[in-house]
Ligand binder design. Structure first.
Ligand SMILES: Cc1cc2nc3c(=O)[nH]c(=O)nc-3n(C[C@H](O)[C@H](O)[C@H](O)COP(=O)(O)OP(=O)(O)OC[C@H]3O[C@@H](n4cnc5c(N)ncnc54)[C@H](O)[C@@H]3O)c2cc1C
Length: 180
């Protein structure tokens, strides 16, 4: 239930499996409690988070809209259509680094073309993938229409196995790039 319709969880009693909200108590067989999410406290202290708890940025070099000279990327930033994902954060890191270098050289940063790839593994040999591309538009990153690449429904097991193996390769490549 959404917050605005009485879904604000005020307490949880795991012993009795009771979830209390502003208006009612609910008994649950299984309850998945997701606390309110926001960027880390350091972003508030740095003055880059707004009232939403997230950080507004410009979408070319990810410089804070609130504090010039501070760049925010990844989950903490309000990126528009680009999801909070590891691949997205890594892409944004590269774009941000290029924009900072351009700024230091007193050049205009190039308008970025970003990609996000989300793999899901349902079993070791059963994978799914979705790929989207994004570009800056009206102050936010917007998804490019018509370029989504999603695993087809009803694909053969060989396709699922291939996508599972691509997932493994993606993980190795990304962690290799990030951590060496
Ligand atoms: C359960 C789960 C599953 C996910 N699965 C996927 C997936 O399959 N594919 C995918 O692409 N993405 C996935 N994600 C999302 C992905 O993990 C995040 O989008 C990504 O980690 C964001 O990177 P980030 O660097 O922005 O933030 P984080 O990875 O959260 O890194 C922020 C870091 O800053 C540190 N930090 C905070 N405050 C301070 C401070 N004051 N001083 C120093 N350090 C500080 C934190 O400890 C943390 O290590 C998943 C996330 C979750 C929770």
């Amino acid at each position: 239930m959404p917050l605005g319709k009485g879904g604000n969880v005020t307490s949880v009693d795991a012993a009795t499996m009771t979830v209390k909200t502003d208006f009612e108590d609910y008994k649950a067989a299984v309850a998945n409690i997701v606390p309110p999410q926001q960027a880390a406290a350091i972003t508030v202290r740095a003055g880059v988070a707004d009232r939403t708890g997230w950080c507004p940025i410009e979408p070319v070099g990810f410089e804070s809209s609130l504090q010039p000279g501070i760049h925010v990327l990844g989950d903490a930033a309000l990126m528009g259509a680009m999801p909070k994902a590891a691949h997205a954060a890594a892409e944004q890191g590269k774009v941000c680094a290029a924009a900072v270098v351009a700024k230091l050289r007193e050049r205009a940063p190039e308008e970025p073309a970003l990609e996000n790839i989300c793999y899901s593994l349902a079993a070791p040999d059963w994978g799914f993938v979705e790929i989207n591309k994004y570009r800056p538009e009206k102050g936010l990153l917007t998804a490019l229409p018509g370029v989504t690449n999603t695993s087809p429904l009803g694909a053969k097991p060989a396709v699922r196995a291939e996508e599972a193996s691509e997932d493994e390769a993606w993980f190795r490549t990304l962690t290799g790039e990030l951590f060496g």
